[in-house]
Structures are given as C-alpha cells and as structure tokens.
Write a protein that binds this ligand. Structure first.
Ligand code: ASP
Length: 603
C-alpha cells in the first residue's frame, strides 16, 4: 500500500541539515539512494536535488517505521519524519555536507515504488553504463548528482547573463523559430507549411537577420538566449539544437563588443571561483594560425609553437620534403620540451593521429644522449641537427615534423599540439586562458566546389583598409584577391574552445550587394532569399555589430567536460536522435497528406 502525500510538507531539503539543527523535528522527502540493513538498524541515504541525508530506522525506538523500512528499495520515493541527531564522531561523513547528522525516523511514508533500474546510478565515472542506455533513460541518468550539478550551474550562468545584459541596457527580445533560412553554413531543418502547400519554414540556425533588423528598428541593444538549429554532421561538441546568448548593438565598434563580453565572462567565471585575466590578449587569425596551427589555440599549453623548418632544408634532395617545398608546401615542426624520452610506440600513435588530419607521415627527432631520428638515414646527421636547431630544440627535447600542403601541415600540427599536451599532462587544471582571435579572413576557398564562401557569414563587414581591395577584387573578377580580404570578425576562445563569435556587420546596402556578388550570388537569388533584408538595409540602418556565445560550449569550459551532453538536459546522440522519446519518428499518413507531402523511399 502506497501512502498519500496528504498535507505532509517538507521542512528541509536533503542537503540542508547541519549540526545546528540537532534536536529539530523535520520532514524530508526524496529518493532512496541506498539502503543498508543491520538488523535492528536500517540506514537509508535519502537524496533530492539538494543533497543526501542519512536517515535511520531503529527497531527499538520506532518499530513500526523500522518494519516498514524493510519494504523500501532503491529509488523508492519516500518521506521521513523524525528528529535530527548528531552522529558519533567516528561515523561522520566528511564527503556529505550533512555528514555530521542523521535523522532518527519516527514515521515513514512510501509514496511510490520503483522497478529495478536498468543501470546503476552510483557507478564511478569510468564504470557508467553505456551512454546510449543512459540516454534512453535520461530521467534516471539526470538523477546523478554530477548531471544535477551541471544543470544547476547552467541555470546560474543563464541567470547571471540575463542580469548582466540587463544592467548593460540590453533588451531581451524573442525572435521567431519559424522563419526562412539564415545562412550560417549548415543545413536548415525545414518545417512544411500546411496552409501553403509546397512551402516550408526553416528553423533558425541563428537569429542573425532578426537581430540586425532589431537594430534597423531602433531597438539599439538586443539580446536573447536563443535556441538555434543546425542540421550538420555532428562532431563531439555539436548538437542539432543548442542555445546561444545572441547579442547585437548599434553604433558598436569591435572594442565595445570585446569589453562587453569580457565583462560578462568575468562575471560568469566568478560563479565557479574562476578568475579571468582582462583584457583578453588579442591575436590576429594570421598570427594564431602561424604560431599554433589553430584558430582556437589553447593558451594554457606553454610553447609547442609551430616552427618553419624550411630554412634548414635548402637544397634538400629528400623526396618528401623537396617535393613539398617545391610545390608551395611546408615542412614545420613543434618542439616537445623534455620529449626525448617519447617512446617509439607513442610516436607511432601520434603518427596515426596526424594522419586523421591529412598528414602522410610524422617524423621525429629525439635529442637524447644520442640523436635518434627516422630522418638520419635520409638527411644525414648534420641536416638533422640543423633542423633541430632551427626548431629551437635543446638536448632532452623532441621535434615532431609534418610536411605537405600548408593547410594540412597547419591543421595536423595544431591538433598534435593539443594531443601531446593532453597525453603528457601539460594542461594545468583550474586555469583559464582566454583570447580574442581577430581579423578573420572574409572568405574561405572551398576546394571541393572551387569557390569562395563567407568564413563567418555574408553579413560581416570587411575591415576598412580592405574595402578598396575588396571592391577591386569583385569588380575586376580577380577572385584570388578575395582570400586576402580581412573581416571585422572575432572569436573569443577560452582554453581552446571557441566560446563566442561575432562581427561588425555591413550596414550599407551597396556593400552588402557586393558581398553577395563576391559569393557568386546573382541579383535575383539575393533578392529572392534576402530581399526583405536588403530592402530593410536601405531605410536608415545604423552601423552595428554583435556576437553570439554558445551556452553549451561555455558550460563545457566551466564544468569542465569534453561531452556536450553533460551540460544539457535532453541531448541528442551523434546521429541526431533522441533515444528517450525515439525521435525522429515516422508520422501518420494522414498528417503527411495534410501537409501535401509524400515520402519517397530510396530504391
Ligand atoms: N550569428 C552568428 C552565429 O550564430 C553570431 C554572430 O555573428 O553574432 O554564429
């Protein structure tokens, strides 16, 4: 027989009781996390969102409650009424905030039972059940204290963001979710419009055009914690739907955006006791790519910057290097301080690692008591030692080297820098290393279809100095000049994670027209897709700019965790499925009919 809640009320949460509460009569409610039976005494760890309290059932004092407690199993939902008592000093549990006390239970109410769980909630992090199983039973996995603490922190972060943005004079404005496509480089999720057969809405990849229109509307300073939808092949830190703090301000310079966001992040990181050094250092895109091989370098990692080794290789006849250098490629390396002891096995694994980034091989020079290098035979001892010197390596170090196309060399060494630092445990805990990456290129060339794409998005303004070059590139058709145009675009990076990105926008219709032209968009296509926006631009658009910060990314740095699913309540899998509700799913044929849709199965 289950008990009713009736008029029973909680007096405290399960995380609240302390020594000072001894003697009080309390009522606690929660889930049975653990039950231990010692004959006359039964102990239950009672858990709710707030914490755990040990409650005791004593056969001698309260036989009825003690007998009833025998029926209680894991994850039953119960209430206990009793007195707070001090635990014996020897029984103090320093791991629990409530660990000095326990509740002597007078009355036990069992509100609900629970089936045996499909997995254990209190397993150690490396013994957790498979993630798919836990995602199917997300409501159970969410009972784990770690996930609860992540969601509590997320709440506090979002509250702090709202408070700060309000203090800074921003208005929170909601923009619609049923819209037309806004290009942010991913595919759109589309929604059929029942009342207009054959027409579709798109879910926003971001509120980009709406927030710019808010500026045209004179709303001056806008923000929103916006839900965004991107249908792309998922990577570890992506989800098909996610939240971002979306910001736009009128008459804004990049400097204003930097100051606003630095102030915000300082406040948010303070929530976890983190201290962010302000102002954040600023490095141009060109510089970070050259030095770190990444547009989101992890500045917690000391050194290991990319070094150009070509000066040491002049006139080399070693085929892989000679051909790379003769065809516009590069030979670069990173120095691992104290890395002379890296094992052959580790080097082989690192070679496999860089291959994932397109490198054909990883060469190494280890400067131990003797020089050991796969290159000795091919290049000779002298050339190898010149290479090590050029890299800036000293005795005891190792140099890891990749040759090939500039993009491949940069990407593989950039990733290798992080990987080596991770393996050698050279990334300090509890340190936050922020920076702004500035002056991104406007356009990025995609080799697969041989054309330029906007690197940020097509509403980003070129830097003032490059506007003339830009107009020349577009009007004269010298499209390779496009790769040299810099944008007023910026990213905030913390610990190697891009936590925000934005730009100063184009506010002039003529410039916007040229950008669409540069992207190979005909006037008709531009009008069809963005006519409303181009028109809006011509009714008095103030200079403006903004930024967006992914809440999940930010949370991953704060928690910290590498798993984006740890910082959202109901995430999807890497194949964009919700295993709990079993979505996406099929729909009723009648629904399809109403929507004027027919599903065509691939043969
Ligand atoms: N709309 C951009 C994004 O979602 C951010 C911005 O430019 O403000 O990434």
């Amino acid at each position: 027989m289950l008990d009713n809640l009736g008029n029973l009320q909680r007096t405290h949460s399960c995380g609240a009781l302390r020594k000072e509460d001894v003697g009080k009569n309390v009522t606690l409610m929660g889930w049975v996390a653990r039950r231990r039976d010692f004959g006359e005494l039964t102990f239950v760890d009672l858990r709710d969102r707030d914490g755990v309290t040990q409650v005791v059932f004593n056969a001698e004092n309260f036989p009825e409650a003690h007998t009833k407690a025998k029926d209680v199993r894991g994850q039953y939902v119960i209430a206990v009424v009793g007195e707070v008592v001090l635990r014996d000093e020897s029984a103090h549990n320093p791991k629990l905030a409530t660990g000095e006390v326990e509740v002597q239970t007078r009355e036990l109410y069992i509100f609900n039972d629970a089936r045996t769980l499909p997995f254990q909630l209190d397993a150690s992090p490396d013994a957790l059940a498979s993630e798919d199983l836990r995602l199917k039973y997300r409501y159970l996995d969410l009972r784990r204290p770690q996930l609860q603490s992540n969601l509590k922190l997320r709440h506090r972060v979002v509250v702090e963001i709202r408070r700060y943005m309000d203090e800074q004079g921003f208005l929170e404005i909601e923009t619609p979710n049923l819209i037309k496509s806004t290009p942010e480089g991913a595919r759109d999720y589309i929604v059929p419009a029942r009342i207009q057969p054959g027409k579709f809405f798109a879910l926003p990849q971001s509120p980009q055009l709406f927030k710019q229109i808010c500026m045209i509307a004179g709303l001056d300073k806008y923000f929103q914690i916006a839900r965004c939808f991107r249908d792309e092949d998922l990577r570890a830190d992506r989800q098909p739907e996610f939240s971002q703090l979306d910001v736009e301000l009128s008459f804004a310079t990049s400097e204003q955006v930097y100051a606003l966001i630095e102030g915000l992040f300082v406040r948010v990181f303070r929530l976890i006791g983190g201290d962010l050094p302000v102002p954040f250092p600023r490095l141009s895109y060109a510089e970070v790519m050259l030095r770190y091989g990444s547009d989101k370098p992890d500045l917690r990692i000391q050194g290991m910057e990319l070094r150009d080794l070509s000066p040491a290789l002049e006139g080399t006849t070693f085929a892989p290097y000679a051909s790379a250098l003769a065809t516009g490629g590069q030979v670069k390396g990173i120095v691992i301080g104290g890395g002379a002891g890296l094992s052959r096995k580790t080097l082989d694994e690192l070679q496999e690692f860089v291959k994932r980034y397109g490198a054909s091989a990883l060469s190494s020079i280890r400067l131990g008591d003797e020089v050991s290098s796969s290159l000795l035979k091919a290049l000779g001892a002298e050339a190898v030692s010149t290479m090590a010197q050029t890299a800036g390596a000293e005795k005891g170090d190792a140099v890891l080297i990749v040759a090939g196309k500039p993009k491949t060399v940069t990407a593989s060494l950039g990733a290798l820098r992080n990987e080596v630092a991770r393996r050698l445990k050279r990334i300090p805990d509890g340190v936050f290393a922020p920076l702004w990456v500035t002056e991104f290129p406007m356009f990025e060339y995609h080799e697969d279809d041989g054309r330029y794409y906007a690197m940020h998005h097509p509403f980003t303004s070129p830097v003032d100095e490059d506007v003339l070059l830009f107009e020349r590139a577009v009007n004269s058709g010298e499209s390779d000049l496009l790769g040299r145009i810099r944008a007023k675009a910026y990213d905030a990076v913390i610990n190697g994670v891009e936590v925000a990105g934005g730009s100063i926008r184009i506010h002039r219709r003529d410039v916007q027209d040229i950008v669409f032209k540069a992207l190979g968009m005909s006037k008709e296509t531009a009008r069809e897709r963005f006519g409303f926006f181009l028109e809006a631009l011509s009714y008095g658009t103030p200079p403006h700019g903004g930024i967006a910060s992914g809440i999940e990314r930010l949370m991953m740095v704060l928690v910290p965790t590498d798993n984006i699913r740890d910082v959202m309540a109901f995430p999807k899998t890497a194949s964009a499925a919700d295993l709990m509700i079993d979505a996406p799913g099929e729909v009723d044929p009648k629904q399809l009919e109403e929507l004027h849709l027919r599903v065509v199965k691939d043969e």
